[in-house]
Design a protein around this ligand. Structure first.
Ligand code: ARG
Length: 609
């Protein structure tokens, strides 16, 4: 402990009055609330939503900061520094802040009282909160994610939707919202015409028993190639599809078999990934509702016939560059309608999505619906949302398309197997576990094989999920085994090891639980770690507001970095008395936040690795 700044002063606990321990969990929310009140006192019509208080990027200037007044001043043609001065005069945060300063062009920097920081840590240590608060206005939110297709293997693209959607569901639930997850399985559509022809003509029963998805995929590929060359096959597929749609018992039975074989595959993968759905209402569930939707849209003049099909065109209310129903061809804006009924009477993806939306609103009355798919569906969702708005102009439901980029191989091209096929999810997960097993065996050769297998399962699956969640979801990312399994760097294995190390530290200390009132950070590394813990709630809100799990990944990585610096500079086991207790308490809180954070990412932790 010699040479530790600040540490010597704290061999006995600080008097209770110094660290009252009554500070509510989420300090930034309290500051934000008072800040909004101060602004409203001056400008009663101000829009408080943009009045945010956030962690200060440089602790030199303070613990929290707001830049919101500059925008307000600009909007109202006020002098920003003057506005900041006036707001400061009305601001009542003396309970928690030792000072608030105006900086730069009109920033406010808040510096916490040590008591406030320490009070929040102590109340967390007492189990009253974990640095976040449940929403004061819980909402019902439907999340449509994963949504693979029947008779096709789930591939690496589906993992991104599954992992992102699952993380958003977990986070929104933790924040107190009522979340309904619904897997919108692609179990209907033209592909079944071809599949039926293939199934009847040349199904290999043995192949189907051995590898159902492989066999159905083989039939589909064969038939879709044949349909392109042979009009008779195309016609046969069309007829089988019409029979299926008309309820032909034989075709329905085959379709059901394809569905249940696929569902079994999906279920195996979901169990392995630890992902659950409240509902899995596939596209076929909405069949009965489609004709009435098309009829209604026609009657309201939103849809009209065009070349035998029924389409929705631009209503001319948007500038052409923002209009999803127009497209620029050679410098000219031409119609780009959304099809809702084909000329042969069949319905489209958009029609089903409209029916699905209507059903969800009737059934769960959500305030928001989130759709997680890849970026290539952006046009579909903008058109579909826009049709819905024209159809129900009074609806207040928030619709969000949360899209993501592609996964690339190390050659910069779409991620494929050596033979050029799309990578199947099951194979990817197998490989992850196998590679993690090598890493674990190198590192912990002394453990039994079954222990190493279990660690490899948790590490391998965690690594793949984390690799999907860490990049900004809208950019493409390069899949690299070495990178995602690295024990050093921003990876799941690194965070899982950090957690296991904290747990082993606490086991060695052997005093659980420590007295919360002894938790008093003093050294700069302890203060920095404490501030990072306090930011957990802000990060969770940002993940939920912007649908960006990468914020949480980066937060946890930084938290581990703060912990490492703390651990390097502030001896824990060798410290004594109150200092030891305080440091153990901080370590325990860090472990709890890490575990909770990883759990939100859908990543398991181990007590020992
Ligand atoms: N089945 C579709 C696909 O694999 C995704 C469905 C997304 N959800 C929706 N409501 N459209 O691309």
């Amino acid at each position: 402990m010699e040479g530790q700044p600040f540490a010597g002063a704290r061999n006995s606990p600080l008097p209770e009055a110094h660290c009252p321990g009554h500070t509510p969990p989420v300090l930034h929310q309290l500051l934000e609330k008072r800040f909004r009140e101060a602004v409203l006192a001056l400008l009663p019509d101000a829009d408080t939503r943009s009045l945010l208080v956030r962690p200060c990027p440089d602790p030199k200037f303070g613990d929290y900061q707001t830049n919101a007044l500059m925008a307000v001043a600009k909007q109202r043609k006020l002098n920003p520094r003057q506005l900041a001065t006036d707001v400061l005069a009305k601001l009542d945060v003396g309970e928690w802040c030792e000072k608030v300063e105006i900086a730069g062009a009109g920033f406010l920097n808040f510096r916490l009282k040590p008591d406030a920081l320490c009070g929040a840590l102590q109340s967390a240590a007492r189990g009253e909160h974990l640095f976040f608060e449940k929403s004061a206005q819980p909402r019902t939110i439907v999340i449509d994610f994963s949504s693979p297709n029947v008779a096709k293997p789930m591939h690496v693209g589906h993992i991104r939707s599954t992992v992102l959607g699952d993380c958003l569901a977990r986070t929104l639930r933790l924040l107190g919202h009522r979340v309904v997850t619904d897997n919108h399985i692609g179990d209907w559509g033209t592909q079944f015409g071809m599949l039926l022809v293939g199934w009847k003509r040349e199904l290999d029963r043995g192949g189907l028993a051995a590898d159902p998805i492989g066999e159905m995929e083989r039939l589909y590929k064969k038939l879709s190639a044949e349909c392109k060359l042979n009009p008779a096959t195309l016609e046969a597929s069309r007829e089988e599809l019409v029979k299926l749609q008309a309820g032909d018992p034989g075709n329905l039975a085959i379709w059901r078999e394809m569905q249940s074989l696929s569902q079994a595959q999906f279920d195996t993968l979901y169990t392995r990934l630890g992902v659950k759905f409240d509902h899995a209402l596939g596209e076929s569930f909405y069949n009965q509702r489609l004709p009435a939707i098309v009829e209604d849209l026609r009657q309201r003049g939103i849809a009209r016939e065009s070349e035998g099909a029924v389409c929705v065109f631009s209503d001319g209310t948007l500038p052409p560059k923002d209009d999803p129903f127009l497209i620029n061809r050679d410098g000219e804006w031409v119609p780009n309608p959304a099809l809702i009924q084909k000329s042969d009477g069949g319905f489209n993806y958009t029609t089903t999505d409209l029916a699905t939306l209507a059903y969800r609103l009737e059934t769960w009355t959500p305030a928001e619906i989130i759709y997680v798919t890849d970026g290539r569906q952006q046009l579909h969702f903008t058109q579909f949302f826009s049709i819905y708005r024209r159809w129900h102009p009074d609806s207040t439901v928030k619709l969000a398309h949360v899209w993501f980029g592609s996964i690339l191989g190390e050659d910069g091209k779409p991620f494929k197997t050596r033979s050029g096929d799309t990578v199947k999810l099951a194979d990817l997960l197998d490989e992850a576990e196998e590679r993690a097993f090598q890493v674990v065996s190198d590192k912990s050769a002394g453990l039994s094989e079954s222990d190493r297998r279990e660690i490899a399962r948790v590490v391998g699956l965690g690594a793949v999920k984390y690799a999907d969640l860490l990049p900004n979801r809208q950019s493409d990312y390069t899949f690299s085994w070495d990178k995602l399994l690295a024990l050093n760097g921003n990876t799941a294995p690194y965070l899982q090891y950090a957690y296991a190390r904290i747990r082993s530290l606490l086991r060695k200390a052997g005093v659980a639980p420590v007295d919360p009132s002894l938790l008093v950070p003093a050294a700069p590394e302890e203060m920095a770690l404490a501030r990072q813990l306090l930011n957990f709630g802000i990060v969770l809100e940002a993940v939920a507001d912007e649908y960006r799990p990468n914020f949480l990944c980066n937060y946890l990585y930084e938290l581990s970095g703060h912990f490492a610096r703390f651990y390097e500079n502030c001896p824990v086991l060798k410290a004594e008395g109150a200092v030891r207790a305080s440091r153990l308490g901080l370590s325990d809180l860090t472990g709890r936040v890490l575990k909770q954070g990883l759990e939100l990412l859908g990543i398991e932790t181990l007590e020992q690795m």
